[in-house]
Write a protein that binds this ligand. Structure first.
Ligand SMILES: Cc1cc2nc3c(=O)[nH]c(=O)nc-3n(C[C@H](O)[C@H](O)[C@H](O)COP(=O)(O)OP(=O)(O)OC[C@H]3O[C@@H](n4cnc5c(N)ncnc54)[C@H](O)[C@@H]3O)c2cc1C
Length: 289
Protein backbone atom coordinates (compact mmCIF):
# COMPACT_ATOMS: atom_id res chain seq x y z
CA UNK A 1 0.00 0.00 0.00
CA UNK A 2 1.27 3.46 -0.85
CA UNK A 3 2.11 5.78 2.04
CA UNK A 4 2.50 9.55 1.91
CA UNK A 5 5.88 11.21 2.34
CA UNK A 6 6.74 12.45 5.84
CA UNK A 7 4.76 15.58 6.68
CA UNK A 8 4.45 17.94 9.65
CA UNK A 9 1.03 18.46 11.20
CA UNK A 10 -0.60 21.27 13.15
CA UNK A 11 -4.17 21.83 14.38
CA UNK A 12 -5.45 25.35 13.70
CA UNK A 13 -7.23 26.98 16.64
CA UNK A 14 -9.24 29.54 14.65
CA UNK A 15 -9.73 30.70 11.06
CA UNK A 16 -7.35 33.60 11.76
CA UNK A 17 -4.77 31.13 13.11
CA UNK A 18 -5.18 28.89 10.02
CA UNK A 19 -4.58 31.90 7.76
CA UNK A 20 -1.52 32.94 9.82
CA UNK A 21 -0.14 29.39 9.52
CA UNK A 22 -0.80 29.37 5.76
CA UNK A 23 1.09 32.64 5.41
CA UNK A 24 3.92 31.42 7.62
CA UNK A 25 4.49 28.22 5.61
CA UNK A 26 3.59 29.46 2.12
CA UNK A 27 3.09 26.97 -0.70
CA UNK A 28 4.52 24.12 1.41
CA UNK A 29 1.34 24.07 3.52
CA UNK A 30 -2.07 22.54 2.78
CA UNK A 31 -5.30 22.74 4.74
CA UNK A 32 -6.66 19.39 5.88
CA UNK A 33 -10.46 19.09 6.04
CA UNK A 34 -11.94 15.57 5.69
CA UNK A 35 -8.77 14.36 3.97
CA UNK A 36 -10.67 12.16 1.52
CA UNK A 37 -9.15 13.87 -1.51
CA UNK A 38 -5.90 15.23 -0.09
CA UNK A 39 -4.64 12.03 1.55
CA UNK A 40 -5.12 9.85 -1.55
CA UNK A 41 -3.30 12.55 -3.56
CA UNK A 42 -0.47 12.49 -1.02
CA UNK A 43 -0.27 8.70 -1.15
CA UNK A 44 0.07 8.92 -4.93
CA UNK A 45 2.63 11.74 -4.46
CA UNK A 46 0.44 14.01 -6.60
CA UNK A 47 0.46 16.36 -3.61
CA UNK A 48 3.56 16.72 -1.39
CA UNK A 49 2.92 19.34 1.27
CA UNK A 50 5.53 19.77 4.01
CA UNK A 51 2.89 20.67 6.57
CA UNK A 52 -0.81 19.92 7.02
CA UNK A 53 -2.94 22.52 8.79
CA UNK A 54 -5.89 20.63 10.24
CA UNK A 55 -9.08 22.75 10.36
CA UNK A 56 -11.31 20.11 11.96
CA UNK A 57 -11.44 21.94 15.34
CA UNK A 58 -12.86 25.13 13.82
CA UNK A 59 -16.49 25.33 14.95
CA UNK A 60 -16.77 28.68 13.18
CA UNK A 61 -16.68 26.71 9.90
CA UNK A 62 -19.55 24.41 10.87
CA UNK A 63 -23.32 24.63 10.67
CA UNK A 64 -26.13 25.07 8.15
CA UNK A 65 -28.36 28.11 8.59
CA UNK A 66 -30.72 30.50 6.84
CA UNK A 67 -29.45 34.07 6.68
CA UNK A 68 -31.86 36.50 5.03
CA UNK A 69 -32.69 35.02 1.63
CA UNK A 70 -29.70 32.67 1.56
CA UNK A 71 -28.80 29.20 2.78
CA UNK A 72 -25.37 29.29 4.39
CA UNK A 73 -23.19 26.19 4.78
CA UNK A 74 -19.93 26.39 6.73
CA UNK A 75 -16.93 25.00 4.86
CA UNK A 76 -16.60 22.12 7.34
CA UNK A 77 -20.19 20.92 6.91
CA UNK A 78 -19.92 17.26 5.91
CA UNK A 79 -21.64 15.48 3.05
CA UNK A 80 -23.60 13.50 5.68
CA UNK A 81 -24.87 16.72 7.26
CA UNK A 82 -26.00 18.02 3.86
CA UNK A 83 -27.76 14.72 3.20
CA UNK A 84 -29.71 14.81 6.47
CA UNK A 85 -30.36 18.56 6.78
CA UNK A 86 -34.08 19.41 7.12
CA UNK A 87 -33.30 23.08 6.30
CA UNK A 88 -31.73 22.18 2.95
CA UNK A 89 -34.41 19.58 2.16
CA UNK A 90 -37.13 22.17 2.80
CA UNK A 91 -35.73 24.44 0.09
CA UNK A 92 -34.06 22.18 -2.49
CA UNK A 93 -34.49 18.46 -3.13
CA UNK A 94 -31.30 18.60 -5.21
CA UNK A 95 -29.08 18.52 -2.10
CA UNK A 96 -30.42 15.22 -0.80
CA UNK A 97 -30.64 13.67 -4.26
CA UNK A 98 -27.01 14.53 -5.02
CA UNK A 99 -25.61 13.57 -1.62
CA UNK A 100 -27.35 10.18 -1.64
CA UNK A 101 -25.14 9.21 -4.58
CA UNK A 102 -21.85 10.83 -3.53
CA UNK A 103 -19.36 8.16 -2.46
CA UNK A 104 -20.32 6.03 0.58
CA UNK A 105 -21.14 6.71 4.25
CA UNK A 106 -17.45 6.59 5.27
CA UNK A 107 -16.50 9.34 2.82
CA UNK A 108 -19.70 11.29 3.49
CA UNK A 109 -19.10 11.28 7.26
CA UNK A 110 -15.76 13.10 6.95
CA UNK A 111 -15.70 14.71 3.49
CA UNK A 112 -16.69 18.37 3.59
CA UNK A 113 -18.42 20.90 1.40
CA UNK A 114 -15.38 23.20 1.46
CA UNK A 115 -12.99 20.37 0.67
CA UNK A 116 -15.13 19.25 -2.25
CA UNK A 117 -15.30 22.74 -3.71
CA UNK A 118 -11.57 23.41 -3.22
CA UNK A 119 -10.49 20.04 -4.59
CA UNK A 120 -12.21 21.16 -7.82
CA UNK A 121 -12.21 17.70 -9.30
CA UNK A 122 -13.80 17.95 -12.79
CA UNK A 123 -16.20 15.15 -11.73
CA UNK A 124 -17.23 16.66 -8.38
CA UNK A 125 -20.97 16.30 -7.81
CA UNK A 126 -21.32 19.27 -5.43
CA UNK A 127 -19.76 21.55 -8.05
CA UNK A 128 -22.68 20.72 -10.36
CA UNK A 129 -25.15 21.38 -7.55
CA UNK A 130 -23.46 24.69 -6.74
CA UNK A 131 -23.41 25.78 -10.38
CA UNK A 132 -27.05 24.76 -10.89
CA UNK A 133 -28.20 26.76 -7.86
CA UNK A 134 -25.95 29.72 -8.77
CA UNK A 135 -24.35 29.71 -5.33
CA UNK A 136 -21.33 31.63 -4.12
CA UNK A 137 -18.39 31.06 -1.79
CA UNK A 138 -16.84 33.29 0.84
CA UNK A 139 -13.04 33.34 0.86
CA UNK A 140 -11.06 34.82 3.76
CA UNK A 141 -7.45 35.99 3.93
CA UNK A 142 -5.39 38.10 6.32
CA UNK A 143 -6.97 41.34 5.13
CA UNK A 144 -10.65 40.41 4.91
CA UNK A 145 -13.25 38.40 2.98
CA UNK A 146 -14.60 38.37 -0.55
CA UNK A 147 -17.53 36.59 -2.17
CA UNK A 148 -17.07 34.76 -5.46
CA UNK A 149 -19.93 33.30 -7.56
CA UNK A 150 -19.50 29.55 -7.93
CA UNK A 151 -19.82 29.93 -11.68
CA UNK A 152 -16.54 31.90 -11.55
CA UNK A 153 -14.85 29.93 -8.79
CA UNK A 154 -13.24 27.11 -10.78
CA UNK A 155 -10.27 28.14 -12.90
CA UNK A 156 -9.84 24.67 -14.40
CA UNK A 157 -9.37 21.10 -13.16
CA UNK A 158 -8.12 21.21 -9.54
CA UNK A 159 -7.75 25.00 -9.65
CA UNK A 160 -9.92 27.58 -7.94
CA UNK A 161 -9.96 31.23 -6.98
CA UNK A 162 -8.65 30.33 -3.48
CA UNK A 163 -5.11 31.73 -3.48
CA UNK A 164 -2.14 31.07 -1.19
CA UNK A 165 -2.87 32.28 2.34
CA UNK A 166 -6.64 31.98 1.86
CA UNK A 167 -9.38 29.74 3.21
CA UNK A 168 -12.89 29.09 1.96
CA UNK A 169 -15.18 29.72 4.90
CA UNK A 170 -18.76 29.46 3.58
CA UNK A 171 -20.86 28.35 0.64
CA UNK A 172 -24.07 30.33 0.07
CA UNK A 173 -27.16 29.55 -2.01
CA UNK A 174 -30.05 31.91 -2.84
CA UNK A 175 -33.42 30.71 -1.55
CA UNK A 176 -36.06 30.54 -4.30
CA UNK A 177 -39.35 29.80 -2.54
CA UNK A 178 -41.21 28.39 -5.56
CA UNK A 179 -38.37 26.45 -7.17
CA UNK A 180 -38.44 22.73 -7.87
CA UNK A 181 -35.10 20.95 -8.16
CA UNK A 182 -33.66 17.53 -8.99
CA UNK A 183 -30.38 15.67 -9.50
CA UNK A 184 -29.60 12.77 -11.83
CA UNK A 185 -26.41 10.69 -11.90
CA UNK A 186 -25.10 7.69 -13.81
CA UNK A 187 -22.26 5.84 -12.05
CA UNK A 188 -20.64 2.55 -12.96
CA UNK A 189 -21.24 1.11 -9.50
CA UNK A 190 -22.74 2.36 -6.24
CA UNK A 191 -20.54 5.00 -4.58
CA UNK A 192 -18.44 5.69 -7.66
CA UNK A 193 -17.66 9.01 -9.23
CA UNK A 194 -20.14 10.00 -11.96
CA UNK A 195 -19.90 9.04 -15.60
CA UNK A 196 -22.13 12.10 -15.87
CA UNK A 197 -24.41 13.98 -13.48
CA UNK A 198 -26.88 16.79 -14.13
CA UNK A 199 -28.87 18.91 -11.69
CA UNK A 200 -31.40 21.68 -12.14
CA UNK A 201 -33.80 24.01 -10.42
CA UNK A 202 -36.80 25.44 -12.26
CA UNK A 203 -39.37 28.07 -11.31
CA UNK A 204 -42.58 27.86 -13.33
CA UNK A 205 -44.95 30.80 -13.05
CA UNK A 206 -47.99 31.64 -15.18
CA UNK A 207 -47.34 28.49 -17.22
CA UNK A 208 -43.82 29.50 -18.29
CA UNK A 209 -40.32 29.07 -16.94
CA UNK A 210 -39.32 32.26 -15.15
CA UNK A 211 -36.07 31.09 -13.60
CA UNK A 212 -33.82 28.07 -14.18
CA UNK A 213 -30.34 26.80 -13.36
CA UNK A 214 -28.57 23.79 -14.89
CA UNK A 215 -25.38 22.16 -13.55
CA UNK A 216 -23.38 19.34 -15.10
CA UNK A 217 -20.30 17.44 -13.99
CA UNK A 218 -17.78 14.98 -15.47
CA UNK A 219 -18.58 16.01 -19.03
CA UNK A 220 -16.43 19.11 -19.53
CA UNK A 221 -19.16 21.72 -19.06
CA UNK A 222 -17.44 25.09 -18.67
CA UNK A 223 -17.82 26.19 -15.03
CA UNK A 224 -20.14 23.17 -14.54
CA UNK A 225 -23.12 25.08 -16.03
CA UNK A 226 -25.16 25.45 -19.22
CA UNK A 227 -26.14 29.12 -19.60
CA UNK A 228 -27.35 28.86 -23.23
CA UNK A 229 -29.79 26.12 -22.33
CA UNK A 230 -31.05 28.21 -19.40
CA UNK A 231 -31.55 31.29 -21.58
CA UNK A 232 -33.46 29.20 -24.13
CA UNK A 233 -36.00 28.06 -21.52
CA UNK A 234 -36.82 31.44 -19.98
CA UNK A 235 -40.34 32.55 -20.96
CA UNK A 236 -41.18 29.17 -22.52
CA UNK A 237 -43.66 26.57 -21.37
CA UNK A 238 -41.99 23.62 -19.61
CA UNK A 239 -43.24 21.29 -22.35
CA UNK A 240 -41.44 18.06 -23.16
CA UNK A 241 -40.37 19.58 -26.48
CA UNK A 242 -38.85 22.70 -24.87
CA UNK A 243 -37.16 20.79 -22.06
CA UNK A 244 -35.66 18.36 -24.58
CA UNK A 245 -34.39 21.22 -26.75
CA UNK A 246 -32.78 22.84 -23.70
CA UNK A 247 -31.23 19.53 -22.65
CA UNK A 248 -29.76 19.13 -26.13
CA UNK A 249 -28.29 22.64 -25.94
CA UNK A 250 -26.76 21.75 -22.57
CA UNK A 251 -25.23 18.56 -23.99
CA UNK A 252 -23.91 20.41 -27.05
CA UNK A 253 -22.04 22.81 -24.77
CA UNK A 254 -20.15 19.95 -23.07
CA UNK A 255 -16.78 18.55 -24.15
CA UNK A 256 -16.44 15.17 -22.47
CA UNK A 257 -13.24 13.13 -22.62
CA UNK A 258 -13.19 9.43 -23.38
CA UNK A 259 -11.77 7.50 -20.41
CA UNK A 260 -12.31 4.34 -18.37
CA UNK A 261 -15.83 5.59 -17.57
CA UNK A 262 -16.91 5.57 -21.21
CA UNK A 263 -16.54 7.05 -24.69
CA UNK A 264 -17.17 10.75 -25.33
CA UNK A 265 -20.35 10.28 -27.39
CA UNK A 266 -21.91 8.14 -24.65
CA UNK A 267 -21.17 10.84 -22.07
CA UNK A 268 -22.60 13.52 -24.34
CA UNK A 269 -25.75 11.46 -24.72
CA UNK A 270 -25.93 11.11 -20.92
CA UNK A 271 -25.54 14.87 -20.56
CA UNK A 272 -28.65 15.35 -22.71
CA UNK A 273 -30.72 12.59 -21.10
CA UNK A 274 -29.83 13.41 -17.48
CA UNK A 275 -30.39 17.15 -18.01
CA UNK A 276 -33.79 16.37 -19.50
CA UNK A 277 -34.74 14.14 -16.57
CA UNK A 278 -33.57 16.73 -14.02
CA UNK A 279 -35.42 19.56 -15.79
CA UNK A 280 -38.58 17.46 -16.11
CA UNK A 281 -38.72 16.63 -12.40
CA UNK A 282 -37.64 20.12 -11.30
CA UNK A 283 -40.35 21.77 -13.44
CA UNK A 284 -43.00 19.32 -12.23
CA UNK A 285 -42.17 20.07 -8.59
CA UNK A 286 -42.01 23.86 -8.95
CA UNK A 287 -44.73 25.51 -6.89
CA UNK A 288 -44.96 28.65 -8.98
CA UNK A 289 -48.21 30.60 -9.27
C1 LIG B 1 -13.85 6.51 -2.39
C2 LIG B 1 -14.27 7.91 -2.73
C3 LIG B 1 -15.39 8.09 -3.54
C4 LIG B 1 -15.79 9.39 -3.87
N1 LIG B 1 -16.90 9.56 -4.66
C5 LIG B 1 -17.31 10.80 -4.96
C6 LIG B 1 -18.46 11.00 -5.76
O1 LIG B 1 -19.16 10.09 -6.17
N2 LIG B 1 -18.79 12.29 -6.07
C7 LIG B 1 -18.09 13.35 -5.60
O2 LIG B 1 -18.44 14.48 -5.90
N3 LIG B 1 -17.01 13.18 -4.82
C8 LIG B 1 -16.61 11.94 -4.49
N4 LIG B 1 -15.52 11.76 -3.71
C9 LIG B 1 -14.79 12.94 -3.25
C10 LIG B 1 -15.22 13.41 -1.92
O3 LIG B 1 -16.49 13.97 -1.98
C11 LIG B 1 -14.17 14.43 -1.59
O4 LIG B 1 -12.94 13.75 -1.48
C12 LIG B 1 -14.27 15.06 -0.30
O5 LIG B 1 -15.54 15.40 0.06
C13 LIG B 1 -13.38 16.32 -0.29
O6 LIG B 1 -13.57 16.95 0.93
P1 LIG B 1 -12.54 16.74 2.11
O7 LIG B 1 -13.14 17.47 3.25
O8 LIG B 1 -12.22 15.33 2.30
O9 LIG B 1 -11.28 17.54 1.52
P2 LIG B 1 -9.73 17.34 1.77
O10 LIG B 1 -9.28 16.09 1.15
O11 LIG B 1 -9.38 17.54 3.20
O12 LIG B 1 -9.18 18.61 0.97
C14 LIG B 1 -9.26 18.67 -0.44
C15 LIG B 1 -8.51 19.92 -0.92
O13 LIG B 1 -9.20 21.09 -0.54
C16 LIG B 1 -8.38 21.93 0.30
N5 LIG B 1 -9.31 22.46 1.31
C17 LIG B 1 -10.11 21.76 2.13
N6 LIG B 1 -10.89 22.60 2.85
C18 LIG B 1 -10.56 23.85 2.46
C19 LIG B 1 -11.03 25.15 2.84
N7 LIG B 1 -12.01 25.32 3.73
N8 LIG B 1 -10.47 26.22 2.24
C20 LIG B 1 -9.48 26.08 1.31
N9 LIG B 1 -9.01 24.88 0.91
C21 LIG B 1 -9.55 23.78 1.49
C22 LIG B 1 -7.32 21.01 0.86
O14 LIG B 1 -6.15 21.71 1.19
C23 LIG B 1 -7.10 20.07 -0.31
O15 LIG B 1 -6.26 20.66 -1.27
C24 LIG B 1 -15.07 10.50 -3.38
C25 LIG B 1 -13.95 10.30 -2.55
C26 LIG B 1 -13.55 9.03 -2.23
C27 LIG B 1 -12.35 8.84 -1.33
Amino acid sequence: MQTPAAVDYVRATSVANAIALLNEHGEDARLLAGGHSLLPMMKLRLARPDILIDINDLDELRGIRVEGDELVLGAMVTHAEVLSSPILAEHYAIFREAEKVIADPIVRNKGTVGGSMCQADPSEDLSAVGAALKGSVVIQNATGTRTVPLREFHEGPYETKVADGEILTEVRFPIRPRAGSAYEKVERRVGDWPVCSAGAYVVVSGGVVTDVGIGLTAVGAEHFCAPEAEAFLIGKAPSEENLAAAAQLAADSCSPNADQRGPADYKQHLAMELTLRALRRAAASSQGA
